[in-house]
Write a protein that binds this ligand. Structure first.
Ligand SMILES: *Cc1c(COP(=O)(O)O)cnc(C)c1O
Length: 240
């Protein structure tokens, strides 16, 4: 990366995003072959800190799933993109209940649901705006750390609460690998949690795991959704 430089012409940025995207797809394909997987796998491109114009370019390159983690930024960008009808928006960040009604307006999926109060706020907000939101329960894979997520033993009750909500659809589980530890055993634990909730909720098949640095481990452990930012958009450092 060249750091904070002059804005690139969009043709140059488009070529850069296309090449990064191709490299990530090649990594995913390799990991899928290694795992002997042929089932569907969704790539959610995480565009936080990058402008709406990048989302437009990505959508032009065939990207169908966009991830954002901050309400204010996401709300502004979704109002600005050219073709909001062409992609699904996944909210993946820690979310305060008082932002639920904002998020319910522009997000299709909320992946980071980790407490009952947030479930109730999202359900009320979705109902009020006449929408149905897809939800994954965010699971804490490392109790020692504040990266969000509900502790493993509390997952089933939270999943039941989502499944019983009028305007929320329980889709599965999501997690971020613990910092500084091998992601593979953590993703294996997540897969076990997923198996557990699917016993009661057979349609909750999504396992959202894996980012730029650990997507191979996530594919190996059965992830159905990857959330990849910097490997496609570039370093966020110059955009903070
Ligand atoms: C930013 C973010 C990602 C993407 O991370 P990269 O390392 O840039 O790929 C994935 N998941 C969550 C929850 C994030 O906040």
């Amino acid at each position: 990366m060249t750091g904070a430089s002059l804005p690139q012409p969009s043709s140059a940025r488009r070529a850069e995003l296309a090449s990064h995207l191709a490299a990530v797809h090649a990594r995913i394909d390799r990991a899928r072959r290694a795992a002997g997987r042929e089932d569907p796998l969704a790539l959610v491109v995480v565009t936080k800190f990058f402008p709406a114009s990048d989302i437009d370019l990505l959508v032009g390159l065939g990207v169908t799933d966009i991830g954002e983690n901050r309400d204010q930024e996401a709300a502004a960008k979704m109002a600005e993109v050219t073709r909001r009808d062409l992609f699904t928006v996944h909210f993946i960040g820690q979310l305060q209940s008082n932002k639920a009604s904002s998020v319910a307006h522009y997000a299709d999926v909320v992946q980071s649901v980790d407490r009952p109060k947030l479930v109730r706020a999202l359900d009320r907000a979705a109902t009020a705006s006449g929408r149905v939101l897809d939800v994954t329960v965010q699971v804490a894979l490392d109790a020692a750390e504040g990266r969000g997520g509900v502790a493993v033993p509390e997952v089933p009750a939270l999943a039941d609460l989502v499944a019983g909500s009028a305007s929320l659809r329980l889709r599965g589980v999501m997690a971020v690998a613990p910092l500084g530890a091998d992601p593979r055993p953590a993703f294996a634990r997540l897969r076990g949690v997923s198996d557990g909730i699917r016993a009661d909720h057979p349609a909750a098949t999504w396992i959202s795991a894996g980012m730029s640095g650990d997507l191979e481990a996530a594919v190996a452990e059965g992830a159905t959704h990857l959330r990849v930012g910097s490997a496609i958009l570039g370093s966020r450092e110059s955009h903070r």
